[in-house]
Design a protein around this ligand. Structure first.
Ligand SMILES: Cc1cc2nc3c(=O)[nH]c(=O)nc-3n(C[C@H](O)[C@H](O)[C@H](O)COP(=O)(O)OP(=O)(O)OC[C@H]3O[C@@H](n4cnc5c(N)ncnc54)[C@H](O)[C@@H]3O)c2cc1C
Length: 405
């Protein structure tokens, strides 16, 4: 397994764990950013959740991602409006904006040292057609009251202290965005949950959920555990635990690289559509550039490919792409490469699933889960106590019209 920058630079004491008990109140399955945030809300409410994970904290997408915490949807706002309808797209964007702000609050309140930097995000436009689209997107976002700015090439260049590539025509700037150290964020959320009474069992794989009269039985590779309620947040692996989700949530490999350190040249996160599946990155405080994307270069866009290894064609495209955005970085030494398991749905929205009393599941963030983790986690923590599906999450229900089965 290739080690991501986040895991390689974690510098955190291990989070304590206990042997899996035979019974528990509320169990959170999956210690990614979503499970971690959910457990924190539960623990803050005094419920002492038990978190279990097949490996440990941030083992999935959350510890292998780009670390961009940006309000917005996986899809461009105009495409989202066409797909979900104007009112739903607006509600979803508002949910992501509230979620991005809530995560910032959690980080600050719990004093999580995860290199949070709130400098926004630059979505570079490549060529005139993309700049026109950026302008229309900014106009639509502003009309709906969301923060967004259109920058021409000169204005975008002002935010970047090395020359932009010739193809960069401008940018859409999202001020409601930041960057984090993804690994330390997940560790910090779980450590905070532990301070409020949460416990963890590491190295436990949930295999099956059996509904009994008054409780749920979670069958794991260690032992079975009877629980009053469970929230399953295993994202790309949702279909392994709940087979009815296997068709809806597909594992997709996302690849990243990390350059050697370069003098600081950009403070905000950035993304672009050099290929149809998109690219994203940030320069971390230790001065390396993390850059990911280019799935379009892989056979079948790396859909269905498990994470772990990387492929030379995608990694080569990432190096070329980085040089197209920032020509002085062409040929730079690459320090490390890794991949992570994204989870895609057919309409690029996560699924919140409530198949029976006491059980909620969430997954399918389609490469854009960071702004949703805190707010969906809070709604799920409330829902598991009340048994009521949250109204705000209605657009994410599994029976929504835009989700193909
Ligand atoms: C390369 C890459 C770049 C990305 N960049 C960004 C970005 O910059 N910004 C952004 O918003 N999003 C990004 N994403 C997406 C984002 O990382 C995810 O949406 C988010 O991390 C999902 O969090 P999660 O907690 O739902 O899932 P995960 O982080 O995948 O966590 C799931 C956990 O469940 C555990 N698990 C799985 N099966 C079982 C089981 N049967 N029993 C017990 N435990 C189990 C796993 O070990 C894992 O720890 C990126 C993803 C990738 C892969």
């Amino acid at each position: 397994m290739l080690l991501s920058y986040w895991h390689a630079t974690l510098n955190q004491p291990p989070l304590t764990g206990i042997d899996l008990p035979p019974t528990a109140g509320i169990v959170v399955v999956g210690a990614g950013v979503v499970g971690a945030a959910t457990a924190l809300w539960l623990a803050r409410a005094g419920l002492k959740p038990l978190i279990i994970d097949r490996y440990g904290p941030a083992a999935g997408a959350s510890g292998n991602n780009g670390g961009i915490l940006a309000a917005g949807l996986a899809e461009n706002y105009l495409a989202a409006t066409a797909r979900y309808g104007a009112a739903t797209a607006r509600d979803l964007y508002a949910l992501s904006l509230a979620g991005q702000r809530l995560m910032v609050e959690l980080i600050q309140q719990e004093q999580i040292e995860c290199d949070l930097r709130l400098h926004g995000n630059l979505n570079f436009a490549i060529g005139e057609a993309q700049l026109t689209l950026a302008g229309a997107t900014v106009a639509a976002l502003q009309a709906d009251g969301f923060p967004a700015q259109l920058l021409d090439r000169d204005a975008a260049q002002e935010l970047v202290s090395i020359p932009l590539g010739a193809a960069v025509s401008g940018a859409r700037f999202n001020p409601a965005a930041g960057t984090v150290h993804s690994g330390r964020l997940v560790y910090g959320l779980i450590a905070a949950a532990q301070r409020y009474g949460a416990q963890c069992s590491w190295g436990v794989t949930l295999q099956r959920i059996v509904v009994t009269n008054n409780s749920l039985r979670l069958e794991t590779d260690r032992r079975s555990i009877e629980v009053a309620a469970a929230i399953v947040a295993v994202n790309a692996w949702s279909g392994e635990v709940l087979p009815e989700l296997a068709q809806q949530i597909q594992m997709v490999r996302g690849q990243m690289l990390c350059t050697a350190p370069v003098a600081p040249f950009i403070a905000c996160g950035f993304d672009a559509s050099l290929t149809s599946t998109g690219e994203y990155g940030q320069q971390v405080p230790t001065s390396q550039v993390l850059f990911g994307g280019c799935r379009a270069i892989a056979p079948n866009n790396d859909v269905g490919v498990p994470a772990g290894e990387v492929s030379p064609e995608v990694q080569g495209a990432l190096e070329t792409g980085l040089g197209r955005l920032f020509p002085t970085l062409a040929g730079i030494t690459i320090e490390r490469r890794w991949s992570g398991a994204m989870a895609f749905t057919s309409d690029y929205l996560p699924i919140v699933y409530h198949p029976y009393s006491g059980l909620f599941a969430v997954g399918g963030f389609s490469g854009h889960g960071m702004p949703f983790a805190a707010i969906i986690g809070r709604y799920l923590a409330e829902a598991v106590q009340t048994g009521i599906f949250p109204n705000a999450l209605t657009p994410l229900r599994i029976d929504r019209p835009t989700l193909q089965t």
